[in-house]
Design a protein around this ligand. Structure first.
Ligand code: B12
Ligand code: SF4
Length: 326
């Protein structure tokens, strides 16, 4: 899926300013930096005239089933090889083609990491509309697709934006386990499971721990609930998943963790440094209420790392009292 937007101010510049002013970015300090280029792509590439935006699907219907007890859930995108380099590389191939087709032109690829509001330009390029959960939704792809773009000095006629087709449906908002939407189309990242499990370094605030449930990396809850994702578009341009979307918790935090970490190499989930993934697995163990995790949790509860020790103690408090175990 691809479309062209004009290299112009983002239609969401004011929404972005309000988001940062309200502190909804939490620990993600980088979101507040380079504000000017998030408001207008030309602050990032002054000579840009047009922006090619592409969407790459990654749906996986098999991820829909809740994992068995004792397993932790990984978001769909994170079970595949890290998309950043793969997609930037794809866009660089388009750049090289363009250079040959339009000599003298210049183009720069981006995917996720550049200080740009990618969804604003993808929406303007007609890839879809922004759902109430802030995800970009395409009529054929649903929202399980990733974005990458190419800012270009050539001027190409822009595509028209897709109409908003959410109607009165609020299923995605209702499905959020941590109440992260203060209102439609605004996500308070500091309440989002994806933010807690992927981005935060310290303790996950207690009030949200139950909502995190069995999720150990990322969250797809608001996407799973959306009617536009009822049929998941499988990945066509991305390599297949390398791990299942549910992993045994005792392998993530217990003595067997070295083996599973080797399997995670090269996946987005490997970005979560060891401590973060361990913290998330300890939390999910508490939510599982399985007494057979007691020994692992006890081993962490008196450890030197206070974040992990405190998380383990919280989780121990959720296990059935000793003596009433199966
Ligand atoms: C930081 C970030 C996060 C943070 C914070 C997200 C956030 N919403 O603030 C966290 C870690 C929580 C996160 C989570 C996820 N992310 Co993320 N994330 C980003 C990143 C790097 C920056 C986003 C950003 O600038 N946020 C700041 C705020 C201001 O932007 P926003 O929420 O998009 O806000 C817009 C709306 O509020 C809108 N708005 C406000 N009012 C109104 C009113 C109307 C009428 C309209 C139409 C719009 C509107 O204006 C704002 C600006 O566009 C982008 C890549 C990029 N460079 O753009 C990926 C990106 C948005 N993430 C992506 C993905 C896949 C996810 C997850 C699904 C991953 C997962 N499974 O765990 C979740 C989904 C959570 C959700 N419901 O959005 C994809 C989304 C693809 C798509 N189809 O939409 C992106 C584009 C990465 C990529 N290159 O593909 N993410
Ligand atoms: S990703 Fe999960 S926690 Fe974040 S907004 Fe969506 S449902 Fe809520």
């Amino acid at each position: 899926m691809a479309g062209i937007a004009a290299a112009a101010p983002s239609p969401d510049a004011a929404a972005y300013d309000a988001y940062i002013a309200a502190g909804m970015h939490g620990e993600m300090a980088y979101l507040a930096r380079n504000a000017q280029s998030r408001r207008d792509i030309r602050a990032w590439m002054p000579a840009a005239r047009s922006v090619l935006m592409c969407g790459f699907s990654y749906g996986d219907p098999s991820a829909r089933t809740a994992p068995a007890s004792g397993f932790g859930r990984v978001a769909r995108y994170a079970a595949r090889p890290d998309y950043h380099e793969i997609l930037r590389d794809r866009m660089n191939r388009v750049r090289d083609w363009l250079k040959a087709a339009a000599p003298g032109s210049h183009a720069v690829a981006f995917c996720d990491m550049s200080p740009l509001l990618e969804r604003s330009y993808a929406r303007a390029a007609g890839l879809g509309w922004q759902g109430k959960n802030t995800m970009l939704i395409g009529p054929r792809l649903g929202s399980y697709f990733l974005l990458a773009g190419l800012a270009m000095t050539v001027e190409i006629p822009e595509d028209s934006a897709a109409p908003d087709r959410c109607g009165s449906c609020t299923r995605c908002l209702d499905a959020c386990p941590t109440g992260a939407f203060p209102r439609e189309r605004v996500l308070d990242a500091t309440k989002c499971v994806s933010y807690f499990t992927v981005e935060t370094k310290g303790a996950i605030p207690e009030e949200f721990r139950e909502g995190v449930g069995d999720r150990v990396y990322g969250c797809d809850a608001c996407q799973e609930a959306g009617p536009w994702n009822r049929v998941e578009a499988p990945a066509r341009a991305l390599p297949p998943a390398k791990i299942p979307t549910s992993l045994p918790l005792d392998e993530l935090a217990g003595p067997k963790s070295a083996g599973v970490r080797a399997r995670l190499k090269g996946l987005p989930v490997a970005r979560a440094v060891r401590k973060r993934l361990t913290r998330n697995a300890l939390l999910a163990m508490g939510n599982s209420r399985r007494a057979d995790f007691r020994a692992i949790l006890e081993s962490f509860s008196s450890g030197e790392d206070e974040t992990l020790a405190e998380q383990a103690r919280w989780s121990l408090g959720r296990l059935p009292p000793t003596g009433r175990e199966r």
